[in-house]
Design a protein around this ligand. Structure first.
Ligand SMILES: CC(C)[C@H](C(=O)O)[C@@H](O)C(=O)O
Ligand code: SF4
Length: 466
């Protein structure tokens, strides 16, 4: 059998073939948050249906919640209504919910792996495009829309067209200080924001298997920014060690049979993929976006391009518009760009490892006077761990604002942390679309290390500039 990991998972979760290209797929886990779910519950109610597997459904509050105090939610009528609706729906349908500030709460894609809700060889869906994150643990995880949410709530299944498979092999090793975020930006620039459409990307190669679990999550998270339906990485010792720790912290070490089963969730050595891409990790540098989609990124030894540098007309138009929106001139260097805000957080880079990198750079240094640096932990667990390690003190001493409540925050600007028109950020999140962090606000996506160095310098900066 020459099965890819994708095929193994797909076949074991196929309830029924619905013709040549479509199958009915069973889902082991369904995650929910306050956005995109109210209509699904309304339809369920109207159809007099129940949630078929509330035990396989978990909700959290993350997108529009405040990060300074729980009380702030009370004073915010619109956002409180959205959160209250989720609370009401979860209580009516018997779905476990992590409320703002409760142990276990945080960004959907941060809390599920850290709580052991995500296992190799399984399937997972969520009303959110960055569900691709979870594929780092060798499962098939992807985002779905509101009507699909209703279908999964009612049946725990969905009909799906088969995905195509793409293998991205990243050979050699990433250089010191080059992160999974830099690699993700490099890949998106290489294959384009539409390069992954219709595919599940499996990442493999020495550079991938040398990454920590958290770094793998960053990479899989960004797969959707290349248009892919999912990202996935086969099980190896890093996966097993990560899961073992989670299981132990949950009070039950994994059984040897379980571990042996997890180990089978890899593509067979002779598996055939629909598309193959090979990348040399050694050529990846620190990358920062200059434009308004994640593929419009450069490294520090490049200059802001002119739109005429692109051969494709639609890319030319996109670049022209991006240069205008971002108020940048061709030929400028990244280091010339002054910034107002730095955001550390999100489901891409809001994990403990990311906060450690930031603390390592901030320690003994100060955030530039004009810069507002906001650090939002991805979950309560991440926050508590950061405090245990004394990272909060380092952040405070440097003049950064370490928030006490986790959530998406400035990543999508749905809470009070959105930017004002004309403000410019370096952000560790994943999207730099026009208005993403506030109407008329400009976003430069980068790694935690670049974001921290930029906060200190008051302009986009590389850690080696310090
Ligand atoms: C609000 C939600 C549906 C959305 C998504 O699907 O990704 C958000 O998380 C985002 O990052 O833009
Ligand atoms: S942190 Fe950002 S990208 Fe992730 S789920 Fe929240 S809004 Fe979406």
């Amino acid at each position: 059998m020459a099965n890819t990991l994708l095929e193994k998972i797909w076949q074991s979760h196929c309830v029924k073939h619905l013709g040549d290209t479509e199958d009915l797929i069973y889902f082991d886990m369904h995650l929910l948050h306050e956005i995109n779910t109210p209509q699904a519950f309304d339809s369920l109610r109207a159809d007099k249906r129940i949630v078929r597997r509330p035990d396989l459904t978990v909700a959290t509050e993350d997108h529009n919640t405040p990060t300074r105090s729980i009380e702030a939610l009370q004073g915010d009528v619109l956002r409180r209504q959205q959160v209250d609706l989720l609370r009401h729906n979860c209580s009516e349908f018997g779905i476990p919910l992590y409320k703002l500030g409760e142990p276990g709460q945080g960004i959907t894609h941060v809390i599920a792996p850290e709580q052991g809700l995500v296992l190799p060889g399984t399937t997972l869906v969520c009303c959110d495009s960055h569900t691709t994150t979870h594929g780092a643990l060798a499962l098939l995880a992807f985002g779905i829309g509101t009507s699909q949410v209703e279908h999964v709530l009612a049946t725990q299944t969905l009909r799906f067209q088969k995905f195509k498979s793409m293998r991205i092999t990243v050979e050699n090793s990433l250089r010191a200080n080059i992160s999974a975020k830099d690699l993700a930006l490099y890949i998106i620039r290489h294959i384009g924001t539409g390069g992954g459409i219709g595919y599940v990307i499996e990442y493999t190669g020495n550079a991938i298997h040398s990454l920590s679990m958290e770094a793998r999550m960053t990479l899989c998270n960004m797969s959707v920014e290349a248009g892919a339906s999912a990202g996935i990485i086969g099980v190896d010792d890093v996966t097993i060690d990560y899961l073992r720790k989670i299981f132990v912290s949950n009070g039950r070490p994994p059984l040897e049979e379980e571990i042996e089963r997890w180990r089978t969730f890899v593509s067979n050595s002779d598996a055939i993929f629909d598309k193959e891409i090979v990348i040399d990790a050694a050529v990846v540098n620190e990358n920062v976006t200059w434009g308004t989609n994640p593929s419009q990124n450069i490294c520090f030894n490049e200059r802001i391009p002119d739109f005429t540098d692109y051969s494709d007309t639609s890319q030319q138009q996109a670049a022209k518009r991006a240069l205008e929106y971002m108020k940048l001139k061709p030929g400028q260097s990244l280091q010339d760009i002054l910034i107002d805000k730095v955001f550390i957080g999100s489901c891409t880079n809001g994990r403990i490892e990311d906060l450690r990198v930031v603390a390592g750079i901030l320690e003994g240094r100060s955030v530039y006077l004009n810069v507002d640096m906001v650090i939002v932990p991805g979950s309560i667990k991440v926050r508590d761990q950061a405090i245990r390690e004394g990272l909060d003190k380092i952040f405070k001493e440097a003049g950064a604002d370490f928030r006490s409540l986790p959530g998406c925050s400035m990543c999508c600007g749905l809470n009070e942390d959105s930017m004002r028109e004309g403000q410019r950020s370096v952000s560790t999140s994943n999207r730099n679309f026009e208005g993403r962090q506030g109407t008329g606000a400009m976003t430069h996506i980068a790694s935690p290390a670049v974001a921290a160095a930029s906060a200190i310098m008051g302009r986009i900066a590389c850690p080696s500039d310090l």
